[in-house]
Design a protein around this ligand. Structure first.
Ligand SMILES: Cc1cc2nc3c(=O)[nH]c(=O)nc-3n(C[C@H](O)[C@H](O)[C@H](O)COP(=O)(O)OP(=O)(O)OC[C@H]3O[C@@H](n4cnc5c(N)ncnc54)[C@H](O)[C@@H]3O)c2cc1C
Ligand SMILES: NC(=O)c1ccc[n+]([C@@H]2O[C@H](COP(=O)([O-])OP(=O)(O)OC[C@H]3O[C@@H](n4cnc5c(N)ncnc54)[C@H](O)[C@@H]3O)[C@@H](O)[C@H]2O)c1
Length: 472
């Protein structure tokens, strides 16, 4: 039986970075993967394919540069989602090779198969050949991710009633689509599909899509969604979903019907069900170690990513919020550092996690929203930069975007950066760095930015906010 210092379960971003960190510390480490491919949701079903689809849709339609192309630019209809996703296959293959090479270079043993605990320090690996490998380790990192929630009462069929994983295999671009759930997945895919000319209706149980956004940005986003032709049904819940025969002018065809609790009936060719994700801990044999999970099969951990059994660590989506590729990587690395007694890992300020939403337009934020600052009684002023005032934004044809900088009224410390528009997810890191280093808004006044760049927004927003504070 092979023994390791650390055994990692799952090759998504949390597992990968945890395994590499253990190897860099000179430990004997193995990583187990049950799927025939490396990289988890980040590479195969989530981040990379959805972003590739978005880029392809934008390239095809010029959607983020409408003011240059004109608003009636539409893609050809004979392109399929699978064609668009094919664009991502090259990137995905490259990522597989990169991960594989990293494991090889760092002497991480890669074991293919499904891992299941058989005791406090023992794991059984059910290999693709139908055998069981027995492995022991001193510490474990559980990084098994999540899967789309698929409640029993929804008649998923993989062709017209779909999860976000299945959407990637759609063999045509539908004319109409219902999206259930206005979280990050629902909002991103609603925008991508609307960009491709699909008539989208989005149903969200709460009164706003992406409810965690600063309300002004959220309001602007909903306005842009409607401008793209998306019908928003907020504050509405889906009661039932079924396939029905529709007798239209062009003959009989099968459609999906969603009945809302309010009694409304919506019909479309395709329905995406994206109301959150579900853990996969049930089949991990965690009872044999005494590790508990909640009713959504997620693990609870302490600040060091330890479960209730100190030698079993967990990181990534399996531990819940914020459930991002970006944060999962860092959690995996930190968990392993703690397991191996490395305690001098530098500041990890969870208050400064950035959020990047790859909708059309892009949205990104770091720090507090206006609503949070008001609730917490922190006095602030807001500085706004509209993209239409920025030369670079005009050059690239985005005159609708905006940046909002929230500035402490007394100390002028930056409390939050909120951006909607082209390159928002890149731009936010300038603000994040200044916030992390405690710089005041005046930094942006004194700093010289390249011209023309979108980064100039920082100067304009800082002037706007500080002028308001000085009653100019
Ligand atoms: C559509 C979509 C878009 C997204 N876009 C973004 C984005 O733009 N930015 C961002 O930061 N995040 C994004 N995310 C989230 C991101 O993909 C996840 O946060 C991230 O992949 C989680 O990493 P992880 O390592 O925890 O788990 P995963 O990536 O889910 O990997 C878990 C791995 O564990 C394996 N595994 C499970 N059980 C076992 C077992 N018993 N034995 C062996 N192996 C096992 C699985 O096969 C899988 O390979 C997106 C997600 C989705 C679904
Ligand atoms: N850019 C990114 O960082 C990115 C992109 C995609 C996904 N992700 C991650 O993937 C995870 C899953 O995303 P998600 O969007 O599936 O889940 P989510 O939990 O973010 O959103 C689900 C939404 O569905 C709504 N909802 C629930 N039940 C409903 C019902 N019956 N009818 C109507 N609405 C209902 C909820 O109010 C919520 O707004 C998230 O943790 C997210 O962080 C991140």
């Amino acid at each position: 039986m092979k023994h390791y210092d650390v055994l990692v379960i799952g090759t998504g971003p949390a597992g990968q970075k945890g395994a590499i960190q253990a190897a860099k510390l000179g430990k004997k480490v193995a990583i187990v993967e049950k799927n025939p491919v490396l990289g988890g949701a980040q590479i195969n079903t989530g981040t990379i394919p959805s972003k590739a689809l978005r880029e392809a849709a934008i390239m095809l339609t010029g959607a983020d540069r409408r003011s240059l192309l004109g608003s009636d630019y539409r893609p050809k209809r004979d392109v399929t989602i699978a064609d668009l996703v094919a664009f991502s296959q090259q990137i995905i293959r490259h990522e597989w090779e990169l991960i594989r090479a990293q494991f090889d270079r760092n002497h991480v043993d890669l074991i293919w198969g499904r891992a299941e605990f058989a005791g406090p320090n023992e794991v059984h690996i059910h290999t693709p050949e139908g055998e069981i490998d027995h492995v022991t380790a001193d510490s474990f990192l559980v990084a098994v991710g999540t899967r789309p929630a698929k409640p029993d009462h929804i008649p998923f069929n993989g062709t017209s009633i779909l999860t976000s994983d299945e959407l990637l295999h759609l063999d045509h671009i539908p004319k109409t689509m219902i999206v259930v759930g206005g979280g990050v997945i629902g909002s991103e895919y609603a925008c991508i599909m609307a960009t491709l000319g699909v008539r989208v209706t989005l149903v969200e149980g709460r009164h706003q899509v992406l409810g965690f956004l600063d309300q002004e940005i959220g309001g602007a986003f909903q306005y842009f969604m409607r401008q793209k032709g998306i019908t928003l049904r907020c504050g509405e819940k889906v009661e039932s979903i079924e396939e029905v025969q529709d007798e239209g002018d062009s003959g009989s065809r099968t459609l999906v019907q969603a009945k809302l609790e309010s009694g409304k009936k919506l019909r479309a060719e395709v329905l995406l069900y994206s109301v959150g994700r579900q853990g996969v801990c049930g089949k991990l044999g965690l009872d044999t170690v005494g590790v508990e999970f909640d009713d959504r099969e997620r693990l609870h951990v302490n600040d060091h990513y330890q479960t209730n059994q100190p030698h079993v660590y967990a990181a990534g989506d399996v531990i819940g919020f914020p459930a991002l590729a970006s944060t999962s990587m860092e959690q995996g690395r930190r968990a392993v550092c703690h397991a191996l007694g490395v305690c001098d890992v530098r500041n990890f300020n969870t208050e400064l996690f950035p959020f990047g939403i790859y909708s059309v337009p892009e949205i990104s934020m770091v720090g507090k929203t206006e609503e949070e600052l008001t609730d917490e009684g922190i006095p602030y002023e807001s500085g706004i930069a509209h993209y239409r005032e920025i030369a670079r934004a005009k050059l690239i044809g985005d005159e609708l975007g905006m940046m909002k900088m929230l500035i402490h009224q007394e100390t002028h410390e930056i409390l939050g950066i909120h951006i909607i528009g082209a390159e928002a997810t890149e731009l936010v890191h300038i603000g994040q760095a200044v916030m992390a280093l405690g710089g005041p808004a005046e930094f942006f006044i004194d700093n010289v930015f390249n011209f023309p760049t979108l980064a100039e927004c920082y100067k304009v927003a800082a002037y706007n906010g500080l002028n308001k504070l000085n009653h100019v």
